[in-house]
Design a protein around this ligand. Structure first.
Ligand SMILES: *[C@@H]1O[C@H](CO)[C@@H](O)[C@H](O)[C@H]1NC(C)=O
Ligand SMILES: *[C@@H]1O[C@H](CO)[C@@H](O)[C@H](O)[C@H]1NC(C)=O
Ligand SMILES: *[C@@H]1O[C@H](CO)[C@@H](O)[C@H](O)[C@H]1NC(C)=O
Ligand SMILES: *[C@@H]1O[C@H](CO)[C@@H](O)[C@H](O)[C@H]1NC(C)=O
Length: 579
């Protein structure tokens, strides 16, 4: 139902200059829309399931989700209220008025749980000061105040005698009023979401046209940021459906613990770090479908805490075929990655850098269109920097293949494990041609440290498909080298952003060039790659802004990705992945 209501057609209205500025805030609107979807998805689960079991399940699952497997945390007043429900239910089952009271209480309780879930997500995204979070917190408080009001407490919940019907009716009315408020809030949020989506769609179209006309225009740079940053509604819908599924059937999605295969160095291991469920599933699915012996392949999917539940549910509902193994974890599970160990986390926490990325007041952003690329929060994510910690994340393994989530595997990849790495750490495809993609382009050769250590003409390589020899990595102490350079770059004078420059620096003398047919790049920005080259590639990579799951993807390349989308999965159908 959520997806149906949100489907938007192309619009022909025109934008003005100020319309462009408005789009800067689209990202926030998407975040709030996601809460709405969570809320709606959960509501639908509640109203279609057996009401007598749902209320308690809902509360515990939401709590365990937020604490990631720890003890359930239910706010104190909320759990008090729950014990009332429980007691009255046991003691007074037979009285019809009590039964009605019980139903009303359940309805209130369900809404408290839902609004709590909503607020928990808002808090996780650090929307501490947002109006929306306050409104929802007020609503929770309001519900709880109502149920713990002394008059109701003594006459309805704690009485040994019969319930007074008038009082019950009054209580019922007050609960219904609050439920109504909750639903009204949802529909309001939804309306503004729809309007913003129309603007978004238009913007995407403008971008796609602009991209072909001229890349250099500022308007193009501006729109490409918006398109790359915004996550389409179908992806939100999918994540929310998956979370809803887990709320409805928590027993099916218990953490099953590690399998011995996850640590077996004789198998073929892959590392995929992603917050995009459909993209990660395409990578795994394409690799499995093209593997000769799929049961020997192990996929280590790591995501952020926001997407952990959705990712876990997906791979339990849709296990990789052919006996392949999938491990799903959150970055937060790797507790050794703390700010005292990881320089990039220290730097992320520095207020200065946050300001640099998030200072998105409209006037400065337009003025600064050339720098917009550097403000994409993507470059901040720890998920992106995990690639520098592979030997510590997988201490038992000797080799691992790192894959970006915007790739498709088209061949059996086990040949990579047979390549003689000559003691090198990183097997990668080189990208330089003529004077392009040389080290000089990626780092500051005016800096004495860079100048002393590197050749500006050295050929760059690409992330996306990298074969890492973890034993050589440990021997070369590559992580320590990375830490040294990342720390030197505290004030961003060595390189500006991203993981490629520190990668080029870290593996400067320890990279083994691979044959180009292993990894063909550019399907997200370069329309002129030859189809022969693509068909011959073991891995194709949609680097660039035109991702295959976005409206703006290039039509000629999209089918190579969509053929691995699991359209039989019911949520994929529900969420209008009309690809
Ligand atoms: C950070 O992690 C390291 C191991 O990587 C550990 O030795 C250290 O105690 C941790 N520090 C904190 C503050 O948790
Ligand atoms: C915009 O830039 C100017 C000058 O660089 C700065 O003084 C101002 O604080 C910026 N605006 C915001 C909202 O950060
Ligand atoms: C940049 O950082 C380095 C080391 O952290 C420091 O020595 C240098 O003075 C800083 N440069 C500027 C311009 O702040
Ligand atoms: C490059 O390094 C030099 C020397 O540290 C510094 O003065 C300059 O600002 C740096 N350039 C950039 C773009 O950071």
């Amino acid at each position: 139902m959520a997806s149906g209501g949100l489907r938007i057609g192309r619009t022909t209205s025109t934008t003005t200059g100020s319309g462009g500025l408005k789009n800067l805030f689209t990202y926030r609107i998407f975040i709030s829309a996601m809460f709405t979807l969570l809320f709606i998805a959960t509501l639908s689960v509640l109203f279609t399931s057996n009401p007598s079991t749902v209320s308690s399940q809902t509360t515990t699952t939401i709590s365990t989700t937020t604490t990631n497997g720890g003890d359930p945390v239910i706010s104190k007043s909320n759990s008090q209220f729950q014990s009332y429900v429980h007691r009255s239910f046991l003691a007074l089952k037979s009285d019809p008025l009590k039964t009605r009271l019980d139903l009303i209480q359940k309805q209130a309780n369900d809404h408290i749980a839902l609004v709590n879930a909503y607020a928990a997500y808002a808090r996780k995204l650090k929307l501490e000061n947002s109006k929306q979070l306050r409104v929802f917190e007020d609503l929770i408080r309001n519900f709880i105040d109502l149920t713990s009001r002394p008059a109701y407490k003594s006459a309805l919940f704690e009485t040994k005698g019969s319930i007074e019907e008038d009082l019950l009716r009054q209580f019922e009315k007050e609960v219904k009023d609050r439920v109504k408020t909750a639903r009204q809030l949802i529909s309001e949020a939804k309306e503004s979401f729809d309007n913003q989506l129309k603007i978004q769609k238009l913007k995407d179209t403008i971008f796609a046209v602009n991209e072909q006309l001229t890349k250099a225009k500022k308007q193009g740079a501006f729109s490409s940021l918006i398109a790359a940053k915004s996550i389409p509604k179908s992806l939100h819908c999918l994540a929310m459906r998956l979370v809803g599924e887990r709320i409805a059937h928590p027993e099916k999605y218990m953490d099953q613990g590690g399998k011995p295969e996850f640590e077996d160095p004789n198998l073929y291991h892959y590392a995929i770090f992603s917050d995009n469920v459909i993209a990660a599933s395409v990578v795994v699915n394409s690799a499995v479908k093209n593997a000769l012996e799929p049961w020997k392949h192990v996929f280590h999917v790591v995501t952020d805490r926001m997407n952990l539940a959705a990712m876990q549910v997906w791979f339990i509902m849709r296990p990789a075929g052919g006996g392949a193994h999938v491990e799903v974890k959150a970055v937060e599970d790797y507790t050794f990655l703390n700010a005292s160990y990881v320089p990039v986390l220290r730097q992320l926490e520095s207020a200065n850098l946050l300001k640099f990325y998030f200072e998105n007041r409209a006037e400065n952003a337009t003025k600064d269109a050339n720098n917009l690329k550097f403000r994409n929060p993507k470059y901040l994510s720890m998920l992106n920097h995990l690639r520098f910690y592979l030997p510590e994340m997988y201490p038992k393994l000797h080799k691992i293949l790192f894959l970006d989530d915007d790739v498709v595997v088209q061949k059996d990849l086990t040949g990579l494990w047979k390549i003689d790495m000559d003691g090198k750490v990183n097997g990668a495809v080189e990208t330089c041609f003529g004077s392009f993609h040389r080290y000089a382009q990626y780092m500051n050769f005016s800096h004495p440290l860079i100048k002393a250590k590197f050749n500006p003409k050295a050929c760059a390589w690409a992330y996306g498909m990298n074969f890492f020899d973890l034993d050589a990595w440990r021997k070369e102490k590559s992580t320590e080298q990375y830490h040294y350079w990342q720390t030197q770059n505290e004030n961003r004078t060595l390189w500006k952003l991203g993981t490629l420059p520190p990668g080029l620096i870290t593996y400067y003398s320890t990279t083994k060039p691979l044959d180009k047919s292993w990894h063909v790049l550019g399907l997200g920005y370069n329309p002129s790659i030859s189809m022969d080259e693509i068909n011959n590639a073991a891995v194709i990579h949609y680097n660039g802004n035109m991702k295959p799951w976005l409206d703006i993807a290039m039509n000629q390349f999209r089918p190579l990705w969509t053929k691995y989308v699991d359209y039989e999965m019911e949520f994929v159908q529900m969420c209008n992945f009309g690809l």
